[in-house]
Design a protein around this ligand. Sequence first.
Ligand code: NAP
Length: 636
Amino acid sequence: MSRMDDFLMTQLQGANVVPLAMALVNLTGDESVLGRIKPYVKGAWDHLEKVPDELAREIRCQMCQVLSTRQQGGVMDITGQGSMSSDLLQRMMSVSVGEVVDESYVHMLAQHMGLTLATPEDQLEPTEMPPKRKQRLSAIVVGAGASGLCAAIKLQKAGLDVKILEKNDQVGGTWFENVYPGCAVDTPNHFYQYSFEPNNDWPNYFSKRDSIQDYLLKCAQKYYLLEKTYFHHEVLSASYDEEMATWGVTARNVTGESIAFRANFLVFAVGQLNRPMTPEINGLSEFDGQVVHTAQWPRELSVTGKKVALLGTGASAIQVGPAIAEKVKDLYVLQRSGSWISRRPNIDREVSNEKKWVLNNVPFYAAWYRFQLFWAFGDGLFEALKIDRQWQGGAESINPLNAAIRQKMIAYLSSELGDRRDLIEKVTPKYPPFGKRVLGDPGWYQMLRRSNVSLETEPIEAFDRHGVTLKGGKHLALDLLICATGFRATEMLWPMQVTGANGVNLHQQWSIDGPRAYLGITVPNFPNLFILFGPNTNLGHGGSAIFLAECQMRHVMSAINHVIRTSQSSVMCTQEAHDAYNQSIDSKLSELSWSHPSVSTWYKNAEGRIVTNQPWKLVEYWHLTHGIKVEDYLFS
Ligand code: NAP
């Protein structure tokens, strides 16, 4: 072997065999490897990849040869390069995740993987807007988090004059605000990123908050968005001028002044999880110690040697707990109901230099790797959420797959808790898996075994100056209470005042049974207004909020595109389309795990309606939002 081949073979050790084999098919057009690896692929997770060493080595050698030929500028058969039939793409997807992938995924995944389909009828619809209109249209985006940046990038690319109004002094939204110890993404990063801005150099498979913030900041810089962002401008109100077909927006700046802005289109990208919720607890105002919400963590806060109570056991709690347990004197976990927490392979692992090299240098590898993550953390899980009305397996699961996942998670927590059998029943949730978000374990169960940690399941009686008393009478002396208690998620766009056509107030319109929108994006009586991550859009089975933002912006651009092409001034969904859509989601939601009687979550509002989550698979939402149906909208 030449020195170059030696080098390539060393780097290729960093590759997972399945995506490497798929990339080989793309590069050579030779499909024979599909049949050879098929018997060994039992799922999308890389630990389910059981390709024998000899075959794996053969695939690496073939790839080495292909890369080496390319390196030397040689000619090779590139018939399959980047262009393929839908049928082949579907077969490759199915082999790569070890199950049949429906044809409805073909176009969505081709787009997200940056692959081109071969025949003209397979070509994807153009999503870019023709910059034809003479008068330059404008848009205001509220929020510079992951969704807001996506919105600004797409609007700007289409030629609109864009301004972003942001209450913080930096971009990043959730990732800027949340700096609590242990804060990290629990969706794999190579999927949790913009499809149009792939980063092949993530330091971890599940990167820490700083890396994600850095990525978003770099994206904002690359697209010149920092200079278009009004930082420290908190939007107070927005109101639609029917005559001008524009939105007037008022924001409060850093000195407390009210500043007015105006634009043709208004996009709210403030997320569902940006207003922290600190519960009202008897006597808490008497407490002499410090009270901190995870989303408002003071950067200078030291927990070393402190007696700490951690209220909550959701996604934030299970990250902050293990990150501080070693430093604190005592850690009392105050649990109201446990969370389902599963083993997450790679959660702490760094990405090797070889893997980064492969992601950066082997054509198509990153796209196939992303697809596997998409499947393992997305639609591959959806069947587990469906309530089977005939299910006889008891109230703690909802269908056979759900029951199997429950057993697997119980086996995992039992093995993690080891000799602490006393904890098993306490941590095991009383509701079915996927009743609430299933969390990836960053060391929660190991933390519970520590001698300075205790899990308290008695409800809180009251706080006093020195600490908290639990219902059974036990008193805990405390220096610090950490509220990992979530957000005011159901109060969307709160506390902003939004007034649409005919003076209709948005919160008034939503007062009947909570926020509703067509596709979670547009609302009758509110022309030229778009909401990202709006009502009934949160994903409960997996997937990524960035994927959602991209789906939603594709829809928004399709609507704006139509306004421009038809020389109109405004667009608004019809009441009929809105009502029919909402009827369909209510009905579908009633069949899913969150509607199970044993589940109480922040997904539901005071009326008991699920207002945050969507009932769709990712592929369904992609198709629903792909472009507008003109008949569902009114243009004027
Ligand atoms: P959360 O999931 O809403 O969890 C809040 C926790 O506080 C729950 O355990 C809840 O108990 C408890 N709680 C709330 N009010 C209480 C009260 N009055 N008394 C006792 N306990 C109370 O909030 P979160 O952990 O901040 O997560 C919110 C969402 O943020 C997540 O679902 C996720 O979408 C996102 N997030 C993501 C990541 C990530 O990707 N890594 C990290 C953090 C957050 P009950 O369960 O009994 O209601």
